[in-house]
Design a binder for this molecule. Sequence first.
Ligand SMILES: NC(=O)c1ccc[n+]([C@@H]2O[C@H](COP(=O)([O-])OP(=O)(O)OC[C@H]3O[C@@H](n4cnc5c(N)ncnc54)[C@H](O)[C@@H]3O)[C@@H](O)[C@H]2O)c1
Length: 260
Amino acid sequence: MKVALVTGAAQGVGFATAKLFAKTGHHVVMTDLQNIEAQANSLMASGAKVTALSGDISSESFVLELAQKIASEHGAADILVNNAGISLIQSAEKTTIEQWQKIMAINLTGPFLLCREMGKQMLARGRGNIVNVASIAGLHGVIDRAAYNASKHGLIGLTRTLAAEWGGRGVRVNAVCPGWIKTEMDVADQGSGAYSDDDIVNRVPMARFAKPEDVATAIAFLAQDDSFINGASLPVDGGWVADASWDALRLKSREPARIP
Ligand SMILES: NC(=O)c1ccc[n+]([C@@H]2O[C@H](COP(=O)([O-])OP(=O)(O)OC[C@H]3O[C@@H](n4cnc5c(N)ncnc54)[C@H](O)[C@@H]3O)[C@@H](O)[C@H]2O)c1
């Protein structure tokens, strides 16, 4: 049975990914800062094999504990999904050093530590598969998100570097780059008044938010065995980054029923 480790598995994209791997016969190792017993129990109730461990992925000692647990129970994970992340909407000139460092610690240092520790075990076995959850904010600039965007650009840089470094030793590393997703992160960000549903829906050629399941499906696609995809940053965005049209032009080409 293949083992898939998913971080930030309590909710949103992480929980959708854990559910998909459970449904497709993986032993899922779920981790999150929050207590995840209820989510783990719900997957076990449908017959899945699940291990749950709560902790902070930006803490090196927690990552080492997690790596030790996986090494002793499974030898290595087959799949690592670096999904846990946090948002910050703040202008560059008002971003404090504490805010910057917290974003970097969780969105970039944590995934690096997990790649390093799980990667070592995968390399020793000569196979493994890592998917990092970046963002379209890792491919392009978005105003008022200097720290968040820099962390996601960094995660894509890490993905490319590890793909190059480890591809010849059986370990593939890719990233997904979602557009705006309807999760608790979006609820909190919209709660600050930063944007509305219409702002997003109007910007997306496919005229909707991503669903957590859209992202989970793309993660599972990249994590398939026998793939030749390595070092990719796959947009999961309904066409957002492909589209340089101005809003009026995009809306003119849209079925009237899809205009909010
Ligand atoms: N929601 C969006 O619009 C959107 C868009 C693009 C990319 N993303 C990225 O997708 C990923 C998942 O986002 P989501 O929308 O599901 O977010 P979410 O806030 O719903 O879930 C994130 C999970 O990560 C956990 N987490 C946070 N800090 C942690 C830490 N230090 N250690 C362990 N777990 C921690 C949280 O407890 C939470 O369960 C993130 O990396 C996010 O940056 C989200």
